[in-house]
Design a protein around this ligand. Structure first.
Ligand SMILES: [Zn+2]
Length: 333
């Protein structure tokens, strides 16, 4: 589908492109044309996709003759119609069909000065043709592989984003998960890469510098606590790099029911406890104790479960209640 957007702008001579222009677009621009009430499934889908992917396409200026001044993405700030309302466009002195080249005509003076007031230079036009580009490939040319990669990344991001910011997880756990996922947690590996520290070793195993992948949960010590967590939740533990782990738990624990809420909450707690313990050992001289980490985890999960009432009395919830030693009163009204 994205390829059709690409063809629409980059292959104006194709029959398909000509047909789309004469049937659906007439003189309107693809990025803003209204969705017709009756049209083919494919055209509807294409119009649905355009908002999401609009900024992934941009125009490199040549002579400015083929690029829509208002609706195509040629300015570093984005399409100008995001900054100019329909009435401003109407009163601007330039028509909705204006091209970038029209900016340099007499009528374009007002808009020219607005753009200059943004502190960004006006485009330098040349004799070359304008070029429609795809941002996801350095060549600027669209490829199905780069589109797939983009869609995959978006999907993954949406999956973990919803998981981390779900309100079953305490705000301080959410922040910790977010820092881990964005690689902002000040691990030894990160500080070494900035040259802030010279050498350091994971306080749990003393084998290698700690990093996100090591602490969560490549380290033999923390992976033991992680498998304890998984066993309590009744899910099979797999030791994977963090990117895979966060996508895995996001997909696995997405339901709204009691079991998923407790599993989500406890995963957030697990990561927070590991990071807190790591800091306590490094900076406060605390002893390494996996049993105290496990006990801490049990305690916060028990406290969390107390906030639930009238939990469905199913075998799955009963198993969870027993394995975390939760108060059976959760099943009563
Ligand atoms: Zn370690």
């Amino acid at each position: 589908m994205l390829k059709h957007i690409w063809i629409l702008f980059s292959d104006k001579e194709s029959l398909w492109c000509k047909w789309i222009h004469s049937t659906f677009l007439k003189r309107e621009n693809f990025w803003v044309v209204k969705k017709p009430t009756v049209c083919s499934w494919a055209w509807k889908k294409l119009l649905q996709l355009r908002t999401e992917f609009r900024l992934r396409f941009h125009w490199r200026m040549g002579n400015g003759i083929t690029t829509s001044l208002w609706f195509d993405n040629w300015h570093p700030r984005g399409p100008l119609n995001l900054f100019f309302s329909d009435s401003l466009i109407y009163n601007s002195g330039l028509s909705r069909q204006a091209r970038v080249a029209d900016l340099f005509a007499e009528d374009g003076r007002a808009i020219r000065s607005v753009i200059e007031s943004w502190g960004s230079p006006l485009p330098a036009l040349t004799n070359a043709l304008d070029r429609f580009c795809w941002r996801e490939d350095s060549s600027g040319r669209f490829s199905v592989a780069s589109a797939w990669e983009l869609i995959r990344r978006k999907k993954d991001r949406v999956t973990w984003h919803g998981f981390i910011w779900n309100n079953a997880i305490l705000p301080r756990y959410q922040l910790n998960l977010w820092l881990i996922t964005k690689r902002r947690l000040p691990t030894q590996a990160l500080l070494m890469s900035y040259g802030r520290i010279e050498a350091a070793y994971c306080p749990f195993c003393n084998d290698v510098p700690d990093s996100v992948n090591h602490l969560f949960f490549g380290c033999r010590v923390t992976s033991g606590v992680a498998s304890f967590w998984a066993a309590r939740c009744g899910i099979p533990w797999r030791n994977n790099p963090w990117e895979e782990t966060i996508i895995w738990v996001s997909a696995l624990l997405s339901g709204k029911d009691f079991h998923n809420c407790i599993a989500r909450f406890s995963f957030g707690a697990l990561c927070h406890i590991v990071w807190k313990n790591r800091n306590d050992i490094l900076f406060r001289g605390a002893q390494i104790s996996t049993s105290s980490m496990k006990m801490h985890l049990m305690k916060v999960v028990k406290d969390k479960a107390c906030t639930f009432k009238n939990v469905e009395d199913s075998p799955r919830n009963r198993r969870l209640q027993r394995s975390w030693e939760l108060d059976p009163a959760i099943f009563t009204v």
